[in-house]
Ligand binder design. Structure first.
Ligand code: ATP
Length: 334
């Protein structure tokens, strides 16, 4: 297990610049690089792996620079989106490959491969070929192959994006379980915010070559610092208000804020509670499984609210034209 750090890292392509002032991944931590397509997640991971060299800055494992080390000397295991298994080799051979390259004795290879197969739930599949496996099973083989060499850092680049939704959910749970069981420092790349929230200890949200914010999933979800982070992680209400004496109001809806003057108040639709009253107009609503999403209007601003149906003080059939609202938690954007 090691700690991974990026310091002052810069990588330029023709029309793209990646710049990471500082990023620290703790011992045994599961950190996810999350961001839209093209923001630089894969490039960051490839530099940590050693497939790409930074133009400037340092990558450190346990405080020691690894810039000059090739991938095979960094103690990493890596899993790609497209599995990258050898098609002409059995599952056993695929997993054993790295160990055979290291010329380990045969019984030891056998023992390690069995351990890895059990870890990923594929005991009994050792003689199959990749084409005889489902996508999810192939990705388990890729994971076993990455882990069998007992790496100190596990790197995963969108490992679930070629799989369908159900398998994706199951496998992400398994990846998390295995990561906890081994306590291995893990860096995971995805553009899927739900996946990132489900598996990560912390998430680094990236946007056009920069890390916008790093934090625990719920911290980022409920207390984003920027509009980009807020919107990337889910449905958002952002109100531009004028604060006076520490209070910013939109009609009867008031927020106690620290600043004065212009402020941007942020809250999630789930933080908006519905009461009887007349603060907001019900513009529209949409039923979701067990829940309702309301589009509310106050002085020309639209506010989204999301509640479980049983939390409404009225039935959907008797939806009033106006309701009262209470925002129970919010934050102020930078
Ligand atoms: N070898 C390369 N040569 C030139 N440009 C590159 C190279 N690799 C990446 N880029 C550019 O760097 C930018 C970031 O790419 P990167 O693959 O790191 O993003 P990403 O966030 O992982 O996106 P995606 O989710 O689509 O994979 C893109 O604009 C890409 O075109």
């Amino acid at each position: 297990m090691v700690r991974v750090e990026l310091r002052g890292v810069i990588k330029k392509w023709d029309d793209f610049k990646l710049e990471i002032g500082e990023l620290k991944v703790k011992d045994g931590e599961f950190l996810t690089l999350l961001g839209p397509s093209g923001c630089g997640k894969t490039t960051t991971l490839r530099m940590i792996a050693g497939f790409e060299r930074p133009d400037r800055g340092e990558i450190l494992f346990d405080g020691k620079p690894v810039n000059d080390l090739p991938p095979y000397e960094r103690g990493i295991g890596i899993v790609f989106q497209d599995y990258a298994l050898f098609p002409h080799m059995t599952v056993f051979k695929n997993i054993a490959f790295g160990l055979e390259m290291k010329r380990l004795p045969k019984p030891e290879i056998e023992r390690k491969v069995r351990w890895a197969l059990e870890l990923v739930g594929l005991t009994g599949f050792e003689n199959r070929y990749p084409e005889q496996l489902s996508g999810g099973q192939q990705q388990r083989v890729a994971l076993a192959r990455a882990l069998v060499v007992e790496p100190e850092v596990l790197l995963l680049d969108e490992p679930l994006s070629n799989l369908d939704a159900k398998i994706r959910e199951r496998l992400r749970g398994e990846i998390k379980r295995i990561q906890r069981e081994l306590g291995i420092t893990t860096i995971y790349v995805t553009h899927d915010q739900e996946e990132a929230m489900a598996v990560s200890d912390r998430i680094a949200v990236m946007n056009v070559g920069r890390v916008e914010q790093v934090g625990k999933p719920l911290e980022l979800y409920y207390r984003p610092k920027t509009e980009f982070v807020a919107r990337f992680l889910g449905l958002s209400n952002i109100l531009e208000l004028e604060a006076e004496n520490g209070r910013a109001c939109l009609n009867g809806l008031c927020f106690d804020v620290a600043g004065e003057g212009k402020v941007r108040v942020f809250f999630r639709p789930e933080s908006v509670y519905i009461k009887s009253g007349d603060t907001a107009e019900v513009i529209d609503y949409e039923l979701l499984p067990g829940r309702i999403r309301l589009k509310l209007g106050i002085e020309g601003e639209v506010i989204l609210a999301e509640r479980f149906l049983e939390e409404l003080p009225f039935s959907v059939e008797e939806m009033p034209e106006r309701v009262g609202i209470e925002v129970r938690s919010f934050s102020v954007l930078d």
